[in-house]
Design a protein around this ligand. Structure first.
Ligand code: NI
Length: 392
């Protein structure tokens, strides 16, 4: 594997400047027009073939090598979150209630860095690199929107790579996990309907509040009693709504929640059992239930052969880093949609530094990263891509 560490070092100030600029000007899902504009301009300057408006606000840039060869897709997400930043840093978000609290500002800067480095070596590339700057990862819709717009065709990628800066991993560590690395997600909402009335005369009602409480409690047995102990799954209720007064039993209660899995088999179990429990318990309490599965993403599954190749390569060019292979998270990522269609790897680049206060979790209003992750991420991602398109 070819090292780009020294060349990346020359880009250090530029990477930090890009990341901080995106951080100061965050944009939430499908509103990434400023970010996309800067990305498109930079890719144009580098001489890439650029397409904008892919999946609403996405940008695609194709870097053609001098000779023919495989197509490598590089994916970076661009969107921020509706969170008010409370960090007191010079590059703090200037937009109220909007913040890059997941590190997608870093991903966008890193992918621009990779494009910059590889564009300087166009003559040595056999194949092409398709840079995919994706919108709306946080709502799980951006990858689908870009795929619907044809991002996986003309040319169809042979390999897909991407990375996430990761704040539970210390800076200097990198995780390339084989197989399932991030969870599949389903969101659900259910409406439990009974018959309301005076809280002092509950015998005249069919109380949906009690039914909802029992459904939530019974649903905790799905993971503990229906899923094999060695398999991973999560059932979480996240919102309950019902009632307006202390002395009125409402007609209905609404529950929201999320199901997480690492395989289609477990997913089927979670959905089936949630439905059975909700129906059965509601019926026991003389209520009815309407269950709707609202949002779905598959688990993110890395290709083991590509993973092994990258782990060995990273370890050989960067002996100063620690490369681990066992980081899995129940968090979800719509990069999983690309990896379902194209073999590839999504790896984690440690960005935590507790001594400097960079160890708040993702989506926290104090989230921030050790910017050393920018150079580490750029050099490793460039090397990973070059491993497939460098002419030998
Ligand atoms: Ni993220």
């Amino acid at each position: 594997m070819k090292s780009f560490q020294a060349e990346t070092e020359n880009l250090r100030e530029q990477l930090i400047a890009w990341r901080r600029d995106f951080h100061r000007h965050p944009e939430i899902a499908f509103e990434e027009t400023r970010t996309a504009g800067i990305v498109a301009q930079r890719l144009n300057e580098l001489g890439l073939e650029v397409q904008t408006g892919v999946g609403k606000t996405g940008v695609v840039g194709i870097l053609e090598g001098a000779a023919d060869g495989p197509t490598v897709l590089v994916r970076a997400d661009m969107d921020a979150l509706p969170i008010q930043e409370v960090n007191d840093v010079p590059y703090r978000s200037e937009k109220p209630n909007t913040m890059h609290a997941c590190g997608h500002d870093a991903h966008t800067a890193i992918a621009l860095g990779v494009a910059t480095l590889l564009a300087q070596h166009r003559e040595q590339l056999a194949g092409r690199v398709k840079f995919v700057f994706q919108p709306a990862e946080e709502i799980g819709e951006g990858a689908k929107a870009m795929i619907d717009d044809g991002v996986l065709t003309y040319p169809t990628p042979d390999v897909a790579v991407g990375l996430h800066v990761w704040n539970t991993l210390p800076v200097g560590q990198v995780a390339v996990t084989d197989g399932p690395a991030m969870a599949g997600v389903d969101s659900f909402r259910m409406q439990i309907t009974g018959s309301g009335g005076h809280a002092a005369e509950p015998q005249q009602t069919r109380d949906p509040v009690i039914a909802a409480a029992h459904i939530m409690t019974a649903a905790q047995t799905i993971v503990s009693r229906n899923v094999r102990a060695l398999d991973a799954a999560v059932v979480s209720f996240t919102r309950m709504m019902g009632g307006d007064a202390f002395n009125v039993i409402p007609d209905s209660v609404e529950l929201w929640g999320t199901l997480r899995n690492f395989s289609a088999e477990i997913r089927d179990i979670l959905i089936e059992r949630l439905g059975q429990i909700a129906q059965g318990v509601a019926q026991g309490f003389e209520c009815t239930v309407d269950l709707e599965i609202a949002r779905t993403l598959p688990p993110l599954i890395n290709d083991s052969n590509i993973g092994e190749r990258l782990r060995q390569g990273f370890a050989s060019i960067r002996p100063d880093l620690t490369v681990v292979d066992d980081l899995r998270t129940m968090g979800a990522e719509d990069m999983g949609l690309f990896l379902r269609a194209v073999p590839g790897v999504y790896f984690f680049v440690g960005s935590a530094n507790s001594q400097r206060g960079f160890d708040f979790p993702h989506h926290h209003p104090r989230f921030d990263i050790d910017e050393e992750a920018l150079t580490i991420g750029t050099s490793l991602l460039t090397s990973a891509v070059a491993d497939y398109v460098w002419s030998r």
